[in-house]
Design a protein around this ligand. Structure first.
Ligand SMILES: [Zn+2]
Length: 191
């Protein structure tokens, strides 16, 4: 079964020092990079992923997703604004051996990577099907928001879905625990 790795939103604004910093974000970036390096070197210990794709929050004007008085549930400080360094991949995320990058949220919240489009406008689910991908592993930031939404969409789109919890960082412990439970109940395997 062809399995792809989906790296969710490992961007400067979601890591330490960013406008919406998630504790552990920079560490997750480095750990994912180590996995990508092992894959590139075709190390026997590396999990085999024929494809690795990434998603990125890519906001121009996402409406009420941004707020000057955020509740950190539905509204958030300005983050991942197109053209800012906050929107870039975190520098720890090297090498970036992505087969495609899916940008999401130009004018919406777009928590799920499945709302993202590649350079040529291909949606993530369509791209995965075109490449005969039947299973996905999801990692990145944040467990309780964009990883959660991406994994739930993956499983409901019919992909065999696993979340690599050691390669994820969450905004808050309570919502992270709830998200993990919700994903598991939806049929996502937690590793
Ligand atoms: Zn956002």
């Amino acid at each position: 079964m062809t399995r792809a790795l989906i790296v969710v939103d490992v961007q400067n604004d979601f890591c330490e020092g960013g406008s919406l910093a998630v504790q552990g974000g920079a560490r997750v970036a480095a750990d994912i990079a180590a996995l990508l390096a092992a894959r590139q070197e075709q190390s026997a210990a590396a999990p085999h992923y024929p494809y690795v794709v990434a998603t990125r929050d890519h906001h121009i004007d996402p409406g009420e997703h941004w707020s000057s008085n955020p509740d950190f549930v539905d509204t958030w400080p300005v983050h991942c604004e197109v053209g800012t360094s906050g929107e870039e991949f975190h520098p720890n995320l090297m090498p970036r051996t992505f087969d495609a990058v899916f940008l999401k949220g130009r004018h919406s919240a777009a928590y799920s990577g499945f709302e993202g489009q590649s350079d040529d406008g291909t949606l993530l689910a369509e791209w995965l099907r075109t490449h005969h991908v039947a299973a996905v592993d999801v990692c990145g930031i944040a467990t309780d928001h964009c990883v959660r939404a991406t994994a739930l969409d993956a499983v409901s789109a019919g992909f065999r879905t696993r979340v690599l919890t050691s390669l994820c960082a969450g905004v808050a412990p309570t919502t992270t625990r709830a998200a993990l439970r919700e994903m598991e109940e939806a049929g996502v395997r937690l590793d």
